[in-house]
Design a protein around this ligand. Structure first.
Ligand SMILES: *Cc1c(COP(=O)(O)O)cnc(C)c1O
Length: 381
């Protein structure tokens, strides 16, 4: 591990006091490679907006890594989802099926098109949208399904594709947490019509703020490229023949991304080793991890687990924080938020949302840090 450890070393600020000295956060990005040099290059060459060599380079590197013909950089993972839905002509009077247990951006992007998010429950074993419930929620207005590959685990794409084909629905995969995840060698985002990614500071690789859309279909990809740039014709400047948005990624952000993707294999290797160590150290407890099927390689974005039902999750998290170890609750269900409130119950999602926590999962964690997190967690249970 020697070389990788050096490659992934993160500079931390000097602690202000003893409590801070040993504090383990849930996440911090590793920006110890060429990030600074490439950003300085943007400044030195004056290419600080969205035109420049790094935006092109980053798109090309992402396309090669993911194994897709078309990758288009955008300003964040939320607009990536909105752009995808918009370019599939989804809007008012349409319905899009989405798990209620997801980060709110998945649902907001649907609502932003004017379409109605239709919630489905998840499966207890992998916390991901349940194909049986998807089938049950299809109506004549359903236009698309949005599987969300939470924490790096890929949804049951065979079953979802079968349902989509049968009912002629589009698939937009929210891969914000699945950069580096694959199933039988096929990368997340390449199963459906469009895949979207996020490069927020706590994602597997980061551009600060940034995102990506991918598509195999060249016509759809060209439309997304056009619409993200104010709908400007791709070959006639200042000619706009359809509604567009400014969803461009800057060259500076892309410069950070180029440096990140240069080291993505080392980042993923370290995160996977951390995940294996957590599983091993916690195997004698009653916590439950998301199931991983054969053929799945996870990005192991955030190591998340369910505490046993009798344990008070929020008290455990507070107890850990008092000992200098941060954690975070898994997402709350979207159908419990005021703007999406439903009286329907989604028992599995609600159970996961109540019991789940995510543990520190950043690449610069040492094995010693992981052991400390686990012993602090065990003390609280
Ligand atoms: C991070 C995330 C997003 C949104 O990405 P941003 O870049 O923060 O806009 C969307 N969906 C999921 C599941 C995410 O984790």
């Amino acid at each position: 591990m020697g070389d990788k450890n050096i490659a992934l070393k993160v500079k931390r600020e000097a602690p202000k006091n003893d409590n801070e000295l040993n504090f383990i956060p849930v996440y911090m990005p590793d920006i110890s490679g060429n990030e600074k040099a490439y950003v300085v290059d943007c400044l030195d060459t004056n290419w600080i907006s969205s035109i420049g060599i790094y935006t092109e380079k980053f798109e090309k590197s992402c396309a090669d890594f993911i194994g897709t013909p078309h990758a288009i950089g955008v300003s964040n993972g939320t607009v990536a989802l909105h752009l995808a839905l918009h370019c599939l002509d989804i809007g008012p009077n349409d319905e899009v099926i989405v798990p209620t247990f997801t980060y709110i951006a998945s649902v907001n992007a649907i609502a932003q098109t004017g379409a109605t998010p239709v919630f489905v429950d998840c499966r207890l074993e992998d916390w991901l949208l349940d194909p049986k419930d998807v089938e049950a929620k299809i109506t004549p207005r359903t236009k698309a399904i949005m599987p969300v590959h939470l924490y790096g685990i890929i949804c049951d794409m065979e079953a979802i594709k079968e349902i989509a084909d049968k009912h002629n629905l589009a698939i937009v995969e929210d891969c914000a947490e699945a950069m580096g995840s694959s199933l039988n060698g096929q990368h997340a985002g390449t199963f459906g019509d469009i895949g979207t990614f996020s490069f927020f500071g706590n994602k597997t690789i980061t551009t600060g703020e940034g995102g990506l859309v991918i598509a195999a279909d060249g016509v759809l990809a060209a439309r997304m490229r056009k619409v993200k740039g104010q709908g400007q014709s791709l070959d006639k400047r200042y000619w706009h023949d359809e509604l567009g948005f400014n969803y461009r990624l800057t060259n500076i952000c892309a410069a950070i991304g180029v440096a990140q993707i240069e080291r993505i294999d080392a980042i993923l290797d370290r995160k996977r080793a951390i995940a294996r160590l957590y599983r091993e150290l916690l195997q004698d407890t009653d916590v439950a991890f998301q199931a991983q099927r054969d053929g799945l390689v996870s990005s192991d974005w955030l190591i998340s687990l369910l505490l046993p039902a009798h344990v008070n999750r929020d008290a455990v998290m507070q107890g850990m924080r008092d000992k200098g170890v941060d954690s975070r609750p898994v997402f709350y269900c979207a159908h419990q938020m005021p703007m999406y409130k439903l009286d329907t119950s989604f028992p599995v999602s609600e159970d996961i949302a109540r019991r789940g926590i995510s543990l520190p999962s950043y690449p610069a964690l040492t094995d010693g840090d992981v052991k400390r997190v686990v012993s602090v967690l065990k003390e609280q249970m």
